[in-house]
Structure formats: C-alpha cells, structure tokens
Design a protein around this ligand. Structure first.
Ligand code: AGP
Length: 604
C-alpha cells in the first residue's frame, strides 16, 4: 500500500515529509518522492529505492519551503521506475495517490491523454484530468475530476499558482488529517503524524480538504463546510503501524476483503476475467494441455486450491509440486505445460530455481506474486500481481486468499479461452468470486467463537484437521498455520484415511477440527467425525449447515455462509487463520515473529 503525507505550516516541509515517509516505510514500497510548492513553482524529487535514497537526492535543497507532499509507492499499475514514482506533475498540477483507478484506460481514450502521459500509472491520468479542468478554481477542478473516477483513491493535490495550500479527497483508500502548532498535516495513517500530535480526524469520503498553515477546511461536494469528529490516540509509532491491532497478523486477516477486491477488480471487464492490463497472452492458456503449479508452504497450498477448481471445472490435469522437491527431480513437463508459480515475496529461492528449471523444458511460466518487480516476477514470462499490500506478519494470510482469488481468475480465463466454460457460466463464476470479500466479512464475525476454541486447544500437544476434497486441502493450510505460530503440532488428514492409522492417536480431548463444507461428501465426513467423537475427541465442526447441536457429532459448531462448494475456501481460510492466531495469542507468543521462521526464505 502506498504511503502519503502532506504538510503546510511554519517550518520547512522537506524534513517533515522525509521523516513522515520513513514512518510509513512499514507499509512496503519500492519508490519514494516529494514535491515542494514554492512561490510560482514546484520542485520535484522522486526515484526508485528507499526514503534514504530520496533524502540523498534532495540533500542539496535547503529551500525554506513550508508546503509539500510526499509519497512511498507500492507499485500496482506500471513498473518500478523513476518516472512511475509519485508525485506526478501535469501542467499546473502535482499530486500523489494511494489506490487503484479502475477506469483509467477508458479515461485516457476519452480525454486523448495518451500523448501527454510520461508514466504508465493510473495516478498520472488523474493529474492530467485535473490540469485540463483547472481554470483557477481548484475546488471546481477537483469536483469535475473525481466525478469521472471509479475505484479507490486518496489524493493530495497542489496547484502551482496557489502557494501554501494542499487539497485532498478520498474514496475507500485511507487518509487522516490534523492541525497542530507546526501547521496542517495529512497522511495515509497515524504513524506519519503521531510525532506532532495525538489528535486527528479521519478524512470523510468525498469531502474536499483545503490545508493551509492556519488550519484545514473540510467541505462536502455541495460546498457545505463540515467538522469531522476529532479523535485522539495513546498509541506509539509501532501500534499505529498496526492500525490499533495487537499484531500485524490480525490486521492482515481483517484486510483480506479489500485485498481481494483490489486484486480482482482490475482484472474484471464487463463481468469477465480480463488480463489485458497484465499483458498476459491468451496463447499460454489456449495451448496448455497440462498445468504444473510450483510453490512453497502457504503459497503451495493456495496452488492446491486452484488445482481442485481447475480439475473439477475444466478437467485439465494439474500437478502441484513442492518447489524444493521439483528443482531436484527430472520433471515431466514440456512446451504444452503451463507452469504457474506462486510466491508472496517473489524471492523464495526454491521457487525461483524451480521456475528456471521449468523454463528449460520449454514450459511458459506465469507467476502470481505480491511484490512488484521481485526476482520471481522478473524471471517469469508473465506475471499476475496480487494487490494485497505488504504482508508484515511471517504467517501468510491475505497473500494466501488473494493467491486463491488469482487462481480462480486464471481458471475462469482458461475456461473461456478453451471454450470449456460458456460466457454465461464465466459471468456467473466471476460474480461469485466478487462475493468472496463478503464471505470473508461474514466469517470474520465468528471471531469470539474461534477465540473460545483456541482457549480450549491451546494446551494440546496435537491437533488434527480432517476433511475431504477441498476441505482436506484447506486442512493442509490450517495445520501449517497452527504449527508455525502456536507451536501446537497439527496434521491434516483426508477424513476417509483416518481409520488407516491415525485414528490410533485419537484419545480423550484430542482436538479434531472437521471441515465439512463440501456437500457431496458431507455425510461421509460426518460418519468420520462420529468415529473420532466416539473415541473422545474434542470436535469442532465447520459446515454450512444450520446449527448442528448433536453432541455425538461436535462440541463446537461454526457455521459458514452457504455458497457454492468451491467458494467455501474463503470462509474456511479465515477460520483456520483466526484459530491459529488466537491460539498463539492465548499462549502469549509473538504471533508476528514465530521462532525459527523468516518472512521470506531467500537462502537454501
Ligand atoms: C506462510 O505462513 C509461511 N510463512 C511460508 O510457508 C510461506 O508461505 C512460504 O515460505 C512461501 O513464501 P513466498 O510466498 O514468499 O514464496
């Protein structure tokens, strides 16, 4: 997620902006920039790299300028380049932006902007439009421009001929603002302003802010001045970066609905999957006879969910390979195999080496990566970037569900290209995928129940996840999550496999979490549950069914929203993530930084 800061006041803006950008670094970024508004002119500094690099770039600028905007870019539209870094300048206008303008390509055509643009970004299109509409009245220009935009935006804007003033407006993307003795400040979140004041207000959506050195005017689109509620915090900087959550992992669990919306929205045109913007050529889908998915850990588990869907719906064989195994075997792939690589960091060494090996067999590689410009992305033939924003907690959560969503988009595109899905079926599928954020939001409401289960299982040495089909695949991710952050030894088992050995381990109060969301095998799973219940297990049953109060079946029932079987993954994912999280928290562990683990395994 990009970081935004604007300052206008009675002290040099440069240091306020640079220090503020340093406090926003935790949001993850690949470029940084700043614009200073001086009498009659705008001085622009921007480049790829860190805030420290930006500080070096503007080291010789000692202007007393007291008004400016700064930005850390987490690339979505357009590569990681100096010219794509913010701020963006267009004639009289300079701006910074956090968000995704979904219709920017259409606006480029409608307003004939192609020859004017110097960057590949959606943000510059907004600057160009503002410059077209600006005739001396900034508020009018802003109103005309935002009427055209669809998508999420947090914008800070300066006009060359209006010294000392910053204008701002948001829709969905976060922004807070405050006035203090040093002046007026606006930023993506509290971390950038907490050094000046603990009081702030949340910028109301579709309200235009005018910041000057003696305060902030907030007006709605009809020109009515409003006074947002002033809030105050007693957080320190680290707390502010967590947005008030105790750990980054919980924050990232709750960010999943927006992460999925930000990932799928730019790839849906007229209700159908569309990878035009990603430059992904349909030929790789048309010619593939088989698919090989290669990844590690949670990313691999996301690939397994994709396998389940593709084989079920499209009848195309999918092999899922553990990257560290794949790279040392003689894989059975060729030019008719599409290799799909998944990686949140884009730097996992085993996955990278597996990717390179796949290419030597003539296989085209499409990677699903969360970090723009990462090594795996650069080595791939095609990349589908997820827009989950930076994932700070070692345990992957939002990256996993956006990877699943990306796999679902790809599956639907393959179905269309190979005529294995009618357009009507594809539209229906995409409409269901667009409800995935709502499924997650509904399931997040079970947090208290899941917390109770966590307290019940936290002292168990072992726990078992059982399920069939997709539910078994979800169990694999559930077991990994529980192990890696709560240190409870957990195993996932195909429910029908229990009686072939593992049921010997089921004794009094051993926790068994049963995922039973796949309707066609529901009764089978229930009979497996009765087997473990009869041996004294503590059973948690996750199912779409109404309350299941039969004590012979379960001790705790968690009901997930009733959706098509393949979409229950988004509900089950949240449950397994929260169970792991609350178990770790109940044990007083460092949830974000579990022992022995790194966020990205970049060495063998
Ligand atoms: C996930 O919770 C783990 N931290 C780990 O399995 C991770 O998914 C794996 O290391 C792959 O990382 P990547 O997605 O960055 O390649």
């Amino acid at each position: 997620m990009c970081g935004i800061i604007g300052f206008t006041g009675n002290m040099p803006a440069k240091d306020v902006i640079l220090n503020g950008l340093e406090r926003l670094e935790y949001r993850g970024y690949d470029s940084a920039g700043m614009a200073l508004l001086e009498d009659g002119g705008i001085t622009l500094f921007k480049r790829t790299g860190k805030v420290a690099d930006l500080r070096t770039l503007c080291a010789n600028d000692n202007s007393p300028c007291t008004c400016g905007i700064g930005h850390t870019r987490w690339a979505t539209h357009g590569g990681v380049t100096d010219v794509n870094a913010h701020p963006h300048l267009a004639g009289n206008v300079v701006l910074i932006h956090n968000g995704i303008i979904e219709n920017y390509r259409q606006l480029i055509v409608e307003y004939g902007l192609a020859d004017k643009l110097v960057s590949e970004t959606d943000s510059e299109v907004v600057a160009q439009l503002l410059n077209i509409f600006y005739d001396g009245d900034p508020i009018a220009a802003i109103k005309k421009t935002i009427k055209l935009l669809s998508g999420a935006f947090a914008l800070c804007i300066m006009f060359k001929d209006i010294p000392g003033k910053i204008f701002a407006i948001r829709n969905v993307s976060p922004m807070i603002a405050t006035s203090c003795e040093q002046g007026s400040i606006i930023a993506s979140d509290l971390t950038a302003v907490i050094a000046f004041t603990k009081e702030y207000f949340v910028v109301p959506e579709y309200h235009i802010l005018t910041l000057s050195d003696d305060g902030i005017v907030v007006e709605d689109l009809k020109g009515n001045v409003t006074k947002p509620e002033i809030l105050s915090v007693n957080w320190d900087i680290t707390d502010a970066q967590k947005g008030g959550y105790p750990f980054f992992m919980l924050k990232e669990i709750f960010e999943q609905p927006d992460a999925i919306r930000n990932t799928i929205a730019p790839r849906i045109e007229n209700g159908l999957p569309d990878f035009t913007e990603d430059g992904i050529n349909d030929d790789i889908f048309a010619h593939c006879k088989r698919i090989c998915v290669v990844a590690c850990g949670t990313a691999m588990h996301a690939g397994m969910v994709g396998k389940n869907l593709i084989e079920e719906k499209l009848r195309i064989p999918v092999q899922v390979e553990i990257a560290s195994e794949f790279r040392y075997k003689n894989p059975i792939i060729d030019e008719n195999t599409l290799t799909i690589v998944l990686s949140q960091s884009g730097e996992t060494i085993d996955t990278l080496e597996a990717l390179k090996l796949a290419k030597t067999f003539g296989s085209k590689v499409l990677s699903i990566v969360n970090v723009k410009g990462s090594t795996i992305a650069r080595e791939s033939d095609y990349v589908l970037y997820t827009h989950a924003g930076p994932e700070i907690a070692v345990a992957s959560t939002k990256a996993y569900t956006v990877q699943v969503a990306a796999m679902y988009l790809i599956a639907c595109r393959i179905g269309l290209v190979k005529a294995l899905m009618t357009e009507g079926e594809a539209r229906q599928f995409i409409s269901k995928l667009q409800s995935a954020p709502n499924i997650i939001e509904e399931t997040l409401k079970h947090a208290d129940t899941i917390k109770r289960v966590a307290n019940q299982i936290k002292l168990s040495p072992d726990a078992f996840y059982i399920g069939r089909g997709l539910d078994y695949v979800m169990g694999l991710e559930a077991a990994l999550k529980l192990k890696e952050i709560s240190y409870v030894h957990a195993e996932a088992y195909a429910a029908g496999e229990l009686k072939h050995g593992t049921i010997a381990l089921i004794t009094e109060n051993v926790p068994v979490i049963a995922f039973a969301t796949q309707e066609k095998v529901y009764e089978k799973v229930v009979s497996n549950i009765r087997e473990v219940k009869a041996r004294g297990a503590y059973v948690v049953l996750v199912t779409m069914d109404e309350a299941v109060n039969d004590p012979n079946i379960c001790d705790q029932h968690i009901r997930v929203p009733r959706v098509s079987s393949e979409f229950t993954a988004f509900a089950t994912a949240v449950i397994l993530q929260m169970l792991a999280y609350y178990t770790s928290e109940a044990k007083g562990l460092d949830v974000d930084k579990p022992r022995n683990l790194a966020k990205s395994v970049t060495v063998e």
